[in-house]
Ligand binder design. Sequence first.
Ligand code: IFM
Length: 450
Amino acid sequence: MTHLEFPKAFTWGAATASYQIEGAWKEDGKGESIWDRFTHQPHRILNGDTGDIACDHYHHMLEDVTLMKDLGLQSYRFSISWPRILPDGTGRVEPRGLDFYDRLVDELLNTGIRPNATLNHWDFPQALQDKGGWANRASADWFTDYARVVFEKLADRIPQWATHNEPFVVAFSGYGDGSFAPGIASYHQALQATHHLHLAHGQTVQLYHQFGYPGEIGIVLNLAPFKPKTDDPADVAAAIRIEMFINQLFMDPIFKGQYPDELMAWLDGMTPEIQDGDMGVINQPIDFLGVNYYFSQIASFNPHGLFKLKTEPKVDPGWTITDKGWGICPSGLTELLTQIQEDYTLPPLYITENGTALGEPVDDTGFVNDQGRINYLRAHFQAAHQAIQKGVDLRGYYVWSLMDNFEWAEGYDLRFGLINVNFNDPERKRTPKASFEWYRDVIKHNAVPA
Ligand code: IFM
């Protein structure tokens, strides 16, 4: 069998996020997060699931790092829970919260796994939500102060940092349609939150660089290619609008120091309040861009809704739609990476998340023979390889996710893990799936079967 080899220094990783795996929601002085509050409200989450225990990673951290070692993982991407560090969001620091991450980082380093930390993967402190959350301009300073506390403790040993994970989702699922915490449905607030997330990012990058910490800092965005359904100008315009909304609303301020004019005109009356100097703060040089890629979409004109369009999944020939409703489209990954490299002056890129949830029967021993996930990952790794061949400066790939976990509004129904977790078992037994073994081989050989 022929293999596609990746560049020598290519990094193979896997990713998780604090609320999705840690559990221990009230332990060791942790404060309440917006997801703690949201999941305890009726009818917010499928089956009434919560992240109270999740994978109980807080108590299984050593076992989980051993599994990572067994997988041969080169880097582990995790996130830090803000209210575990600052229970009230600002002010008083909880040393037991910091110690948890301190132990995790040391354990990873002792095992030869490079830590990659994200400061905001959505579990925002409820105490600050009570003051308006990301819709309040003060959130940019709250976040920078939190980042300072974390950097002081951990920046000497964590070589790669991301400010936010998918700020689009924070703003538009959290404040726009309200399907995610904090459950606010106001596009005006969502756009205000977008601007403050940007500002928080820029200020934190400035701080990190000013202090001369030894590593790199960047941001993780969910990006996707969008194609018009037909060449009717109304469909073409619809595809441009959705692309501006999901991709350019986040890429342009960071890499060009401006919001997309056409989008702002479309959103007239809802646009955020921007103060003098803000765009310069946001347009900081960053050391890498993390791309989370899951799907491509087809857009067409539709007379209803804010953006007057509808989307449908784009599925590559021979592929299907996942349990999440996302079309499997590996070619979209190559297309996206080459497109953004053409449209912007970018730092090195990482795929910071990619993976899938497919219905997977679990046998009596907890084993899952997830050939579907193997096929999915193989095709996406091949697509990434193709992008590198086309000149994209892609430095690494993090599979979502290391283990099955709390999939937000879908609770525990959707399983993205390389490791099966039995959520009915108080011990949360972990069992590596077939894809775990397969990925181990890819990492070992730094190559994927062609
Ligand atoms: O589980 C999420 C993750 O938290 C953010 N990116 C998408 C994943 C799958 O939906």
